[in-house]
Ligand binder design. Structure first.
Ligand code: HEM
Length: 473
């Protein structure tokens, strides 16, 4: 009896598995045979995910994309992250996808990411909730930009950090610049300086949280994923305590200091959404911005003419500020024209966000293909950034290519995404990078301490953290 039950359960399990495989892997292929772009599904369930994720220099496409593009063209089908997928390395299709958010396509990050970010995170919510949170984010970005301390806060944090290098000959640049980006975002969002106990606590939990985002999503106590979910809960409690404290001390809506003040004065978000909002800003503004600065310094280090031109630009701006006895403001940022070209080129070559996740809401016809309803769609930004038909000599770091261009964000340049989900923090990131570079190039000479190239895992990282030898000027 016992034996027969085991056999029965085993065959039931096998049948269910075979059915799942059929529905997930073979059925999508059979149903959509004629109109699908070419491509291959790879292995059952895992499909081609492992090859898609295999690390490569972030300034290259990687073997997977190179092979697939040359075999099937810029748009191909695959099976990635357990879903039938259309991969787009085509600038027109990428643009079409971004511009049709919520109409034909919808943001769709893998479920485990929802577990970590929480159900109210702007990155995972869709529809009306997304619109409401996003409007709030844009309003916040505007208010932040209009504050007089916006630039001076960033400048002070940069100077404090560089001051701490006074007696050092070698620094691990990515670690340092992460401290900078974290201090800026914690100051902008929560009004905290790094010396305050809450900041250190948030930073510690935040680092655990970040590790979980890129870990295997298994909720078993002790795994990185489980620790990340718990760390998010702790950050949430710390932020709730800060909110409570500020309300207790009599919050004055006429004296807006940081993001949190603005958040507190709004009635259109629940407390849970306010906490998620803070987390989204920390998450969006920390790793990406510090990587941008590291990329700019990395590429400048390899291009002495560009470094010289950046230095001249900043010497001129500094001299003018000193002569007028003024502090740096957004006006100076606007004058950093060549520095902004360097930032754009570092974004193009560095590919901090390689692709974003979407799904098709209905059968979508695009040129000769049909993208089946429910399929995952991955617009690959790096493929367009590195495509010689969009950017001449695409492999070359050439900041001069951006000179005189007024329309920077375009179909062929989408480091901050686009359409209804264009990154709300893109200006903050650029201002932060430019101010950091201002003081760095004026105060330090540097050279790389050994080779370290930015790699796409596909999240981008310098494997050695970019150690550099520094010399005060
Ligand atoms: C170099 C720096 C940055 C890069 C490369 C970057 C890149 C991106 C990209 C590609 C997206 C679109 C995601 C998608 O379409 O699914 C995005 C969205 C977002 N970013 Fe950024 N970002 C940067 C800095 C920042 C900063 C400084 C903040 C916050 C202060 C921020 C907050 C966000 C948020 C909240 C979203 C979600 C927007 C939405 O879904 O409507 N980012 N970012």
């Amino acid at each position: 009896m016992m034996f027969r039950e085991i056999i029965f359960l085993l065959s039931l399990g096998l049948t269910v598995l075979a059915l799942c495989l059929f529905v997930n892997h073979f059925l999508p292929l059979l149903l959509n045979l004629e109109v699908l772009p070419r491509g291959s599904f790879g292995w059952p369930l895992v499909g081609e995910t492992l090859r898609f994720l295999s690390p490569h220099a972030s300034r290259t496409l990687g073997d997977f994309l190179e092979e697939h593009i040359s075999k099937y063209g810029k748009v191909f089908k695959s099976h990635l992250f357990f879903s039938p997928t259309i991969v787009s390395c085509d600038l027109e299709l990428n643009h079409f996808i971004l511009q049709n958010e919520e109409k034909l396509f919808q943001c769709c990050y893998p479920k485990p990411i929802h577990g970590i970010l929480g159900k109210s995170s702007m990155i995972v919510v869709v529809g009306e909730t997304h619109r409401r949170l996003r409007n709030q984010a844009l309003a916040l970005a505007n208010i932040t930009r209009s504050r007089t301390s916006y630039v001076t806060d960033i400048e002070r944090i940069a100077l404090q950090l560089m001051d701490s290098w006074k007696h050092k000959e070698r620094i691990v640049f990515c670690e340092e610049v992460r401290k900078f980006a974290f201090s800026v975002i914690v100051k902008q969002v929560l009004g905290l300086s790094m010396q305050e106990a809450e900041s250190a606590k948030i930073l510690e939990d935040f680092l655990t949280f970040m590790k979980g985002l890129i870990s295997f999503p298994l909720y078993i106590p002790g795994t990185s994923y489980a620790r990340a979910v718990q760390a998010r809960a702790r950050i949430s409690l710390t932020v709730q305590a800060i909110i409570k404290e500020r309300r207790k001390n009599g919050f004055d809506s006429n004296k807006i200091g940081d993001f949190l003040d603005v958040l507190l004065s709004t009635n259109s978000l629940s407390d849970e959404e306010k906490v998620s909002f803070v987390l989204d800003s920390l998450l969006g503004g920390y790793e990406t911005t510090s990587l941008l600065i590291a990329m700019a310094v990395y590429f400048l280090g390899q291009c002495p003419p560009a470094l010289n031109q950046v230095k001249l630009e900043h010497q001129y701006i500094r001299a003018n500020l000193q002569e007028a006895g003024q502090d740096m403001s957004l006006e100076e940022f606007k004058k950093m024209e060549f520095t902004q070209c360097v930032i754009h080129e570092a974004l193009r070559c560095g590919n901090i966000v390689k692709f974003v996740h979407r799904k098709a809401l209905s059968n979508v016809r695009f040129k000769e293909y049909v993208i089946p309803s429910g399929w995952q769609v991955l617009p690959i930004f790096s493929a367009v950034h590195l495509d010689p038909s969009s950017h001449a000599d695409a492999q070359m770091f050439n900041p001069w290519r951006w000179e005189g261009q007024t329309q920077i964000i375009s179909k062929s340049f989408t480091p901050f995404g686009g359409g209804a989900r264009l990154c709300p923090g893109f200006e903050l990131a650029k201002v932060e990078a430019a101010i950091f570079l201002h003081h760095f190039v004026l105060n330090y000479r540097w050279r790389a301490d050994g080779e370290d190239i930015p790699m796409a895992y596909p999240y981008v990282e310098f494997p050695r953290g970019m150690p550099i030898l520094i010399n005060p000027i």
